[in-house]
Design a protein around this ligand. Structure first.
Ligand code: C2E
Ligand code: MG
Ligand code: MG
Ligand code: MG
Length: 283
């Protein structure tokens, strides 16, 4: 009996495993063609200053609409692109497209703030990253000060050898660097003062249960204080409720991003939001 159950177990397990592998292989093959076939697009999510409600900038977020697979989440295809190396051409396209879009808004006379682009660990490991970024800025005509690069805390910590060089080169160009998903990595806090950083983005998992959860409020207040001490801008991600926003305002968090203000939007919707002009401070 036990033997039989065991065998069934293995059969179920291996079927699930092979389905998972098959999906990965299929996704990877389709992702290879996705760029040329123009199936990748960028959506943009606004960030706002908490004290005034003013729009401070945008974060570019990649979307893949496959005719065959439907819409695939970046949480599924980015790690895959990272493993296969496809993230390099895809990441360069994202950077170029986000900078082009930002410059187009500026050319239309709109005050669009800064544009933030997510960098994967693999991109961050390229020693010539700053040269690539510099070429994109030159080609698109976007000023370095209008570009921010988001690097997750864990990819920073996994690449300590290249981090110092690459970050210094980017800093020299005049680009802002944000640490994304802050608080989820195994951080040695000493890197915060040695690396040229400008912004900490508090991971959404710490925002979700504030103001009710005592551990999370303590963590959030600590990160805000840390950023203040180090002279870094602090942004809360994943802000969904007025209660969360009120807590962040009371504790002097600089900026917020989340569904409360807006989901990531396609470019046309961003344009409408920009044309509507400066918003008054939230009450
Ligand atoms: P991230 O950079 O931390 O981006 C924030 C994610 O949280 C986005 O998910 C965004 O849509 C979502 N989000 C924003 N506000 C809220 C909210 O109020 N509530 C909830 N529940 N979620 C919110 P998305 O677009 O699915 O992206 C997931 C992750 O995929 C990103 O996390 C980023 O790590 C990665 N990613 C997305 N686009 C790119 C890209 O162009 N390049 C690279 N390397 N990674 C990317
Ligand atoms: Mg990000
Ligand atoms: Mg994040
Ligand atoms: Mg994230």
């Amino acid at each position: 009996r036990a033997k039989l159950a065991g065998r069934n177990c293995i059969r179920v397990f291996s079927r699930e495993l092979s389905e998972e592998i098959q999906r990965r292989v299929l996704l990877e093959a389709r992702l290879k063609q996705a760029l040329e076939r123009r199936e990748l697009v960028l959506h943009y999510q606004p960030k706002r200053e908490i004290s005034t409600g003013r729009l401070t900038g945008w974060e570019a977020l990649l979307r893949w609409q496959s005719p065959e697979l439907g819409s695939v989440s970046p949480d599924e295809f980015i790690p895959l692109a990272e493993r296969s190396g496809l993230i390099l051409p895809i990441g360069e396209w994202v950077l170029r497209e986000a900078c082009r879009q930002m410059r187009a808004w500026q050319d239309a006379g709109l005050a669009a703030g800064t544009m933030a682009v997510n960098l994967s660990a693999r991109q961050f490991r390229q020693m010539d990253l700053a040269e690539e970024v510099s070429a994109v800025l030159r080609d698109t005509g976007l000023a370095p000060a209008d570009l921010e690069l988001e690097i997750t805390e864990s990819s920073l910590m996994d690449n300590l050898a290249t981090a110092a060089t690459v970050l210094t080169d980017l800093e020299r160009l005049g680009i802002r660097i944000a640490v994304d998903d802050f608080g989820t990595g195994y951080s040695s806090l000493s890197y915060l003062k040695t690396f040229p950083l400008h912004c900490l983005k508090i991971d959404r998992s710490f925002i979700r249960d504030i103001p009710g959860d005592d551990n999370d409020t303590a963590i959030v207040r600590t990160i805000i204080a840390l950023a203040g001490t180090l002279g870094l801008t602090v942004v809360a991600e994943g802000v969904e409720t007025e209660a969360q926003l009120a807590y962040l305002r009371a504790n002097r968090c600089d900026q917020a991003q989340g569904y409360l203000f807006s989901r990531p939007l396609p470019p046309e919707a961003c344009l409408a939001l920009l044309r509507a002009g400066p918003r008054r401070a939230a009450a």
